[in-house]
Design a protein. Sequence first.
Length: 127
Amino acid sequence: MLSNSVAEALRVSSESANKLDDLVARPSGLPIKTVADWMLASQWAINASVHNSLLTLFRDNFPAGAFSLLRPVFETLVRVHLIAMGDRQVIEEMCTDRFRIKFFTHPRKSTIISIWAAISSRYISAS
């Protein structure tokens, strides 16, 4: 059985994932102008779906299944970062389904902070 704090964290996380899923499902509010923008929205939709599945597995006490979904979550975040960086070759490889993630061999290894900085600088305006 889950503790109250874990159950509450799962509930809050699930609400956040649903908001993201709703935003991506109705992209009229997103600044989509290019193929790369559509690809970003698609990757976020995939990530939101996998995230909801992960939360369901945790909530139903199947942690091994939930942990098995961490790699797809990480891979979509890496794809989002590479798309946001605007590398035309990578975007073309993704469009033609030739892109493969080679962890630890990509010339531009990045941290989660640099991934967030690249995404936020492009899509989140300073208020």
